[in-house]
Design a protein around this ligand. Structure first.
Ligand code: PEP
Ligand code: MG
Length: 915
C-alpha cells in the first residue's frame, strides 16, 4: 500500500485535487487556506517563493497521537525541503548560501493571527555569517537572526515577548534613535547575544543551532497552536469546528528588509470598510512582514509604492486584479519586494464590514463576476442585522463637538457607535462586561491575538496604533464591533491606567464614545439612534433577495408607528397585533381595571363601551399604515390579573395604609384613609379570586373570550368600525381576526359565531361590506394535532411558537432562560435555545402535522408564524421547508428575514440541483 501522503509541494496542487475529488473547499480543508492559495497562485504562474504544505490530516494525527508526528511525515517534510533546496539553489544550514524558510499556520477558515508562525528558520551563528557575506549586509543578517531567536522563543518555547521588546527599547534609547532601522550591524550583533541569553534564562536550554531541529520544533509548535486558548476562543466565537486542524506551510524566506529597493506590505483589492472598489494597503520599505501587521512602525499608504517602486507596483496591481477575477472575491494579500523582485506571500478572501460585504456583492454582480443569486447568498442575515445597529444621534454628536468633547480622531475601520467605560486590558474588559454587566470600550496601544476575548466582550475597540489591516481592525470587522484604530495623538499609559491627548486625561473606568463610522473619539456618553436602512446597496440587495424568496415577510406591530416602520423595511402585512398592549396605556388601564373589578354585567359593558373608541382608533391607524396589505388582529390573550396591581404590592400598600390610619390625626384624614383601605381590599379580593397556580395555562386566550363574550364583541366591533371608517377614506383594508390559545375546535366555533354576528351587525349599520378572514393561533400541541378539525372553522393558522415551544417542552417561557436552559445548552443537552431557534424535531414536527392536516381540509390555507422565531434565520429556513405562507417578526428584523427567506429558497434550489 502506498505510503500516506502528509506533505505536498506547491506544484502538487493537482494531486491534492485528485485526492479530494476536485472540490476546492476540500483542498482548503487539507492544505489550509494559506497553503491552498499559495499552491493555486503557483499554478496560475504568480511569483510565489518555493515551498510546501504539511496537511491538516498530519496535524490531527499529531494531536490525536498525543504529540507524536505520524509515521513518514517528517521524512516527507525533509524530502520536500530538499526539493526547495534544488529549486532555489540554496542549502538548509549551509554556511555559504543558506536556505531560510518560514513556518506558517493555515486553517481551512481564516483565523487571523490566532495561531503561530516562525520566520527565518535556518539561521545560526554560522549561517548568519554566511548571509552577511552573501548579501554584503551584516546589519540585515543579524536583524534576521535576532528575529528568529525572538519568534522561536515566544512561539515555540513560550518566552514572554516583552522581555525581548525591553531589550530593543533599551538599545534604541542608548543609541539615541527612535526606529529599529537605524540600529547598526554592531547593535544587532549585541542584541542577538542578549536574545540568546534571554532564551537560555527562560528555557534553561541553549537556542537550537541545528536548522533541522528548528524546523521540527516549529512545525510541532504550529500544530499545537491549534489547541491554544486564543485559537479555541476564536473558533468558539466564529463558530468554526474544533476538529479541522491546521496545516503548516514551509515557504522559502524572501526579504523585504534588504535595503531601500525592498519592501513588504499588505493590501485589499477593495475597501474593507465601505466596499469601494479601490486597491488599498499599507507597506514599509526595508522591513519584514510582521512589522506591518503588528502596527509597530508607522506604515506608508500603498499609493506611495507606485512612486517609489513603479515597476514592482505595476506588476503587483496586475496580479491582484488577476487574483480577484480568479477567486471572484475581494482578496487580502501579503507581498514582499526583495531587491526589486516582487513575491506574493499570501492571498485570501478579505474580511469586511457588513456595509462593505453588501456593496462588494452588488458591485461584483454588476461587474459580471458573480450572479445576483450569488450576491444575495454572499451576505448573511446577521450582516444585515448590523445595519439595524445604533449610530450616534447627529444632533448629539454636533453638540458634543461644539462642547469640545471630541477627544481625537483615528481610522474608522469598523462602523457603528459604542459608548463604554475605558478598560486597558482584555481580562478587565471581559470581567467588567461579564461579571458586572458594564459597557466597556477596550483601549490598547495595539491589539494582539491574546486580546480577542476582551475584544469580544467589549462593545467597542480603540487603539493608538495600527492601520486598516491591523489585528484590531480585522477582528472588529469580523465580529461587527465598532472600532477606531491608529489614533496617533492618543498616549496610553497602561502602567498608570490612563490615557491622554495633550492636556486631557482619561482614567480607566471613565466613559468615552467611539464612532467607528467616522473615526471620532468623544469624552463621555453620546445618545444613539437606530439607523435608517436607506443604504442604497442594501436596498438593492434586499430587492434582489425578494425576487428569490417564496416566504412572505410580515411584521408583529401593535401601533401605527411600528406598522409604518415595518412597511418601510419591507413588511408585506401585519402578522400579529397584540391588542392587549393597547390596554396598558395610562388613560385606558383604569377603564380595563374597572371592567375586571366589576361584578355587575352592566358595569362591565359600560367599561367595554368606554374602551371601544380607543381600540377603534388604534385599529384605524394600523389599517391606514398598511393600506392594501393584510393586518392580523389577535383578540385579547393574557390572564386578566395582569392588568391589576400585583398581589405583593397590594399587601404592602395595605399594610402601609393601615399604619397611617392608626396614626391619623384628623377625622377627615381617617375618612380618606378608610376609603382607600376599602378600595385596596376590594382589589385584593378580586386579585385573589383571579389568582391561578399556573396562569399561563389558565384563564387566558380564547378562554377569556368564551368567559366574557362581551370582550370579543367589543374588540370585533372596534375592528369592523375602524375598517369601515378607513375604507370610506379610500383605504384598501384587509382585516384578519385571530383567536389565541385555541386547543379545541369547539372553542373556535363559539368565537366564530360571535365574530360573524357582530361583524355583520357593524357592516349592516355602516352599509358596507368588508372582506375579512377569521383564523386562529396554533400554539397548543392539541391544536396542531387536530388541525384538520380546526381548519374547518379557521381560514388561516398562525403558529405562536413562543407558547408552542413552552407547551411542547413543558417548560416555562418566562423562567427557563434564566434557569436550567442555560445549563442545558452549556452541557450540550440542547444544542440551540428552543425559544430562539425552532426545535425542529419536536415543535417543528408539530408544525408539519398542523400544516399537512390543515391543508388536507383547505389546500390554500394561509399558514404563518408570529412567535419570536419568525425573525431567526435558522428558524426561517425551517418555515420555508414547512411550506409556510409567511414569517412575521419584529419590524427591526424584517430586512433580516427578507434575506434569510431568500437564502432558504436559494439553498433549497441548490440542494435540489445537487450543487
Ligand atoms: C406566541 O405564543 O408565539 C405568540 C406569538 O403569542 P404571545 O407571545 O403573545 O403569547
Ligand atoms: Mg402565545
Amino acid at each position: 500500500m502506498a505510503e500516506k501522503k502528509w506533505v505536498y509541494l506547491f506544484e502538487e496542487v493537482e494531486q491534492v485535487q485528485n485526492y479530494v475529488c476536485g472540490e476546492w473547499e476540500n483542498v482548503r480543508g487539507l492544505l489550509g487556506g494559506k497553503g491552498a492559495n499559495l499552491a493555486e497562485m503557483a499554478r496560475l504562474g504568480i511569483p510565489v517563493p518555493p515551498g510546501f504544505t504539511v496537511t491538516t490530516e498530519a496535524c490531527n494525527a499529531y494531536l490525536a497521537g498525543g504529540g507524536t508526528l505520524p509515521d513518514g511525515m517528517w521524512e516527507q517534510e525533509i524530502a520536500a525541503l530538499h526539493k526547495i533546496e534544488s529549486a532555489t539553489g540554496k542549502k538548509f544550514g549551509d554556511g555559504k548560501n543558506p536556505l531560510l524558510v518560514s513556518c506558517r499556520s493555515g486553517a481551512r477558515y481564516s483565523m487571523p493571527g490566532m495561531m503561530d508562525t516562525v520566520l527565518n528558520i535556518g539561521l545560526n551563528d554560522n549561517t548568519a555569517k554566511g548571509m552577511a557575506a552573501l548579501t554584503g549586509d551584516e546589519r540585515f543578517a543579524y536583524d534576521a537572526y535576532r528575529r528568529l531567536i525572538q519568534m522561536f522563543g515566544t512561539v515555540v518555547m513560550g518566552v514572554p515577548d516583552d522581555v525581548y521588546e525591553d531589550v530593543l527599547t533599551a538599545a534604541r534609547k542608548k543609541a539615541g534613535i527612535t526606529t529599529d532601522s537605524d540600529l547598526s550591524a554592531k547593535h544587532w550583533r549585541v542584541i542577538t547575544r542578549e536574545f540568546k541569553d534571554i532564551y537560555r534564562h527562560h528555557t534553561h536550554h541553549e537556542f537550537p543551532t541545528d536548522p533541522v531541529e528548528q524546523l521540527k520544533l516549529a512545525t510541532e509548535a504550529v500544530f499545537k497552536s491549534w489547541n491554544g486558548k486564543r485559537a479555541i476562543d476564536y473558533r468558539k466565537a466564529a463558530g468554526i469546528p474544533h476538529d479541522l486542524g491546521t496545516a503548516v506551510s514551509i515557504v522559502t524566506m524572501v526579504f523585504g528588509n534588504m535595503g531601500a529597493d525592498s519592501a513588504t506590505g499588505v493590501a485589499m483589492t477593495r475597501n474593507g470598510s465601505n466596499g469601494e472598489k479601490q486597491l488599498e494597503g499599507d507597506y514599509l520599505t526595508n522591513a519584514q512582514g510582521e512589522d506591518v501587521v503588528a502596527g509597530i512602525r508607522l506604515t506608508k499608504d500603498l499609493n506611495e509604492l507606485q512612486a517609489e517602486m513603479p515597476a514592482a507596483y505595476a506588476e503587483f496591481e496586475k496580479i491582484v486584479q488577476k487574483l480577484e477575477r480568479h477567486y471572484r472575491e475581494m482578496q487580502d494579500v501579503e507581498f514582499t519586494i526583495e531587491q526589486g523582485k516582487l513575491w506574493m506571500l499570501q492571498t485570501r478572501d478579505g474580511k469586511r464590514t457588513a456595509q462593505a460585504a453588501v456593496r462588494i456583492a452588488i458591485d461584483m454582480a454588476e461587474e459580471g463576476l458573480i450572479s445576483q443569486e450569488e450576491a444575495v447568498l454572499r451576505v448573511s442575515p446577521e450582516q444585515v442585522d448590523f445595519f439595524m445597529h445604533p449610530q450616534f444621534d447627529l444632533e448629539a454628536t454636533r453638540n458634543a463637538r461644539n462642547q469640545g468633547s471630541l477627544l481625537a480622531s483615528g481610522l474608522n475601520v469598523s462602523p457603528g457607535a459604542a459608548c463604554g467605560m475605558v478598560a486597558f486590558d482584555a481580562d478587565l474588559a471581559e470581567s467588567w462586561t461579564k461579571k458586572n454587566g458594564k459597557s466597556v470600550i477596550m483601549v490598547r496601544p495595539e491589539t494582539k491575538p491574546d486580546d480577542v476575548h476582551g475584544m469580544l466582550a467589549a462593545c467597542g475597540i480603540l487603539t493608538s496604533r495600527g492601520g486598516r489591516t491591523s489585528h484590531a481592525a480585522l477582528v472588529a470587522r469580523q465580529f461587527g464591533k465598532p472600532a477606531v484604530v491608529g489614533v496617533s495623538s492618543l498616549n496610553i499609559d497602561i502602567g498608570k491606567r490612563r490615557m491622554n491627548v495633550e492636556e486631557t486625561v482619561v482614567q480607566e473606568g471613565e466613559w468615552i464614545s467611539i464612532d467607528g463610522t467616522t473615526g471620532e473619539v468623544f469624552l463621555g456618553q453620546i445618545a444613539t439612534t437606530v439607523p435608517d436602512i436607506k443604504d442604497p446597496w442594501l436596498l438593492k440587495l434586499l430587492g434582489w433577495a425578494d425576487k428569490f424568496r417564496r416566504l412572505g415577510v410580515w411584521a408583529n406591530a401593535d401601533y401605527p408607528r411600528d406598522a409604518a416602520r415595518a412597511r418601510e423595511y419591507g413588511a408585506e402585512g401585519i402578522g400579529l397585533c397584540r391588542t392587549e398592549h393597547m390596554f396598558f396605556e395610562a388613560e385606558r388601564l383604569p377603564i380595563v381595571q374597572k371592567m375586571i373589578m366589576s361584578d355587575r354585567r352592566l358595569d362591565q359593558i359600560e367599561a367595554l363601551d368606554a374602551l371601544l373608541p380607543f381600540q377603534r382608533e388604534d385599529f384605524a391607524g394600523l389599517f391606514r399604515a398598511m393600506d392594501g396589505l393584510p393586518v392580523i388582529i389577535r383578540l385579547i390573550d393574557p390572564p386578566l390579573h395582569e392588568f391589576l396591581p400585583s398581589h405583593v404590592n397590594l399587601l404592602h400598600d395595605l399594610a402601609d395604609l393601615k399604619i397611617r390610619l392608626k396614626h391619623a390625626a384628623t377625622l377627615s384624614d381617617i375618612d380618606e384613609l378608610l376609603l382607600e383601605v376599602q378600595t385596596k381590599e376590594r382589589i385584593l379580593r378580586r386579585v385573589e379570586s383571579l389568582q391561578e397556580t399556573n396562569p399561563m395555562l389558565g384563564m387566558r386566550g380564547v378562554r377569556l373570550g368564551i368567559h366574557i363574550p362581551e370582550l370579543t364583541t367589543m374588540q370585533v366591533r372596534a375592528i369592523f368600525e375602524a375598517a369601515c371608517e378607513v375604507a370610506k377614506e379610500g383605504v384598501d383594508v384587509h382585516p384578519e381576526v385571530m383567536i389565541p390559545l385555541t386547543s379545541h375546535v369547539n372553542e373556535l366555533e363559539i368565537q366564530r359565531e360571535i365574530l360573524e354576528g357582530e361583524a355583520r351587525k357593524v357592516m349592516d349599520e355602516k352599509g358596507m361590506v368588508i372582506d375579512y378572514k377569521f383564523g386562529t393561533m396554533i400554539e397548543i400541541p392539541r391544536a396542531a394535532l387536530t388541525a384538520d378539525q380546526i381548519a374547518r372553522q379557521a381560514e388561516f393558522f398562525s403558529f405562536g411558537t413562543n407558547d408552542l415551544t413552552q407547551t411542547t417542552f413543558g417548560i416555562s417561557r418566562d423562567d427557563a432562560e434564566a434557569g436550567f436552559l442555560i445549563e442545558y445548552m452549556e452541557r450540550g443537552i440542547l444544542h440551540d435555545n428552543p425559544f430562539a431557534t425552532i426545535d425542529q424535531d419536536g415543535v417543528g414536527a408539530l408544525m408539519a402535522i398542523a400544516v399537512q392536516k390543515g391543508r388536507s381540509v383547505k389546500p390554500d390555507l394561509e399558514c404563518g408564524i408570529c412567535g419570536e422565531h419568525g425573525g431567526d434565520p435558522k428558524s426561517i429556513r425551517v418555515c420555508h421547508e414547512l411550506g409556510l405562507t409567511y414569517v412575521s417578526c419584529s419590524p427591526f428584523r424584517v430586512p433580516i428575514a427578507r434575506l434569510a427567506a431568500s437564502h432558504a429558497a436559494l439553498e433549497a434550489k441548490r440542494r435540489k440541483k445537487g450543487e
